[in-house]
Design a protein around this ligand. Structure first.
Ligand code: AMP
Ligand code: ZN
Length: 464
């Protein structure tokens, strides 16, 4: 497979470190806020790469972190911890905020048919890993302590900027607009590995460490978690293009200084979803989430389809008009597919020939727009309905657009999920001895024609 590697700025042949196996790490959400549809484009891109690797027969270990500590409002180690800020605003504890937004995230993640990674790792569970790395960086002189924090000294590296193609003076965080000067740093590009500074006294989550009571920097989390599961050689690291600097640049610096050899071989970055005024971001007013799109009557998979129509390295401009056009095209495509009849004889040669064309699109730096064009070509072709259906079923392992699922089936599934959520709410209410709410939920479902049956193995439901 050919894949664009941000590290070398070229399209390269993908060769994993260990034959047949791929370790794939992606930066997950910072769970202080809802993830908007722009964030979700990023996860769709990762999901396509994940499923492509599996389609090509690799044994994939995919790891994603959940950032629940240490991500400050400014990437230059100043500002508040985003989690703490959000908890204060909402009068909740940091852990409540983390749980709530993690659940919201996975809800939307699944609505888009993304596959949940083998490992989902909350950053707060790996403190010992970060401490081990930071201690070694201090021992070997790559890190230093100043003003209560531990910083990484970027001047100790030959090529701190290897991932970015920019000149040093443009990239230094300290000289970018709106970024404050940190007198503790030896070089303004140095970054924090561990915070203990009194400024963050109101930080709820702190851990004992040889460098003082404190908490890890955001970049450290991704290095620590990724090495914990994927070892010293990571095949692919993914993120959005905004993660290239400083986040991924800093991950490379600290990981390679710690290991003493190159760490991640391929860097995979998704372009952004834009709106009329620029990059879609959380700071811009109300958050447009996938759930909200669904509430407004849009099919989350039509949004996925819209994203798949652009190459992952191209920006997409979001507008409702674009989404409506994508929805129309998606419905038309699904109708065509669902009208196919399983007729004609099976021809394995022909099946293989078309599948090879599909694989060629995937292997061409994940050219999913071309793979979709191939799908239209297949539908137009003389190939027997039988083969068409089998090919589409197989290709949908990557597209994940439920192309063969009838709408009423899909609707029923969504309804089932809703009921299961209500059962979960009722269980929680019972646990909290809120029997009035538990009864209310039962009555409400009954009105909708759903009867709950409590048994030893939990609560089941039947439609009456
Ligand atoms: P955050 O929760 O802020 O750490 O963001 C989660 C992921 O979403 C990061 O990997 C970002 O690169 C990505 N991201 C943020 N904004 C956009 C956008 N407008 N389009 C695509 N990806 C984005
Ligand atoms: Zn990360």
């Amino acid at each position: 497979m050919k894949l664009y590697n941000t590290l070398t700025r070229t399209i390269e042949e993908f060769v994993p470190y260990e034959e047949g196996k791929v370790t794939f790490y992606t930066c997950g959400p910072t769970v202080y806020h809802d993830q908007h549809i722009g964030n979700m484009r990023n996860y769709i891109g990762h999901d396509i790469l994940d499923k492509t690797l599996r389609y090509l027969g690799y044994d994939v270990l995919r790891v994603m972190n959940i950032t629940d500590v240490g991500h400050l409002t400014s990437d230059s180690d100043s500002g508040d911890d985003k989690m703490v800020k959000s908890a204060k605003e909402q009068h909740k504890s940091v852990m409540d905020i983390a749980h709530y937004y993690t659940e919201q995230f996975f809800n939307d993640f699944k609505l888009l048919n993304n596959r949940v990674p083998e490992v989902v790792a909350p950053a707060t569970d790996y403190i010992a890993d970060y401490i081990k790395i930071i201690q070694k960086l201090l021992d070997t002189g790559y890190a230093y302590q100043a003003g209560g924090n531990v910083y990484f000294d970027v001047s100790k590296l030959k090529d701190y900027y290897q991932l970015t193609n920019h000149k040093e003076d443009e990239m230094v965080v300290g000289v970018r607009e709106g970024v404050s000067f940190d007198e503790n740093k030896r070089n303004q590009a140095d970054f924090a590995l561990w915070f203990t500074k009194s400024k963050f006294d109101d930080q709820e989550l702190k851990w004992e460490s040889p460098f003082g009571l404190g908490y890890p920097g955001w970049h450290m989390e991704c290095s620590g978690i990724s090495m914990h599961y994927c070892g010293e050689h990571l095949d692919i690291h993914g993120g959005g293009v905004d993660n290239i600097f400083p986040h991924h640049t800093n991950e490379i610096a600290q990981s390679e200084a710690y290991l003493g050899h190159p760490w991640c071989h391929y860097w995979f970055h998704n372009e952004h979803l834009m709106d009329e005024s620029g990059k879609m971001s959380k700071s811009k007013g109300a958050t447009l989430t996938v759930s909200l799109l669904k509430e407004k009557g849009y099919d989350p998979l039509a949004y996925r389809f819209m994203c798949l129509n652009s190459h992952y390295r191209k920006q997409i401009v979001f507008s409702y008009e674009n989404l409506e056009n994508a929805t129309k095209a998606f419905v038309k495509l699904k109708n065509k597919i669902q009208a196919l009849k399983p007729e004609g004889s099976y021809d394995s040669g022909l099946f293989h020939e078309w599948d090879q064309k599909f694989i060629a699109c995937l292997e061409d730096d994940l050219n999913i727009p071309n793979a979709l064009t191939l799908l239209y070509d297949l539908l137009k072709s003389e190939v027997a309905g039988n083969i068409k259906i089998q090919l589409i079923e197989q290709w949908d392992q990557v597209f994940s657009l439920d192309l063969l699922k009838k709408d009423d089936e899909a609707e029923e599934e969504t309804l089932d999920e809703e009921i299961l959520k209500q059962i979960e709410r009722r269980n929680q209410a019972k646990k909290e001895k809120n029997f009035a709410l538990a009864d209310e939920i039962r009555e409400e479902l009954l009105k909708q024609g759903i009867r709950l049956i409590d048994g030893r193995e939990g609560t089941k439901f039947e439609r009456i």
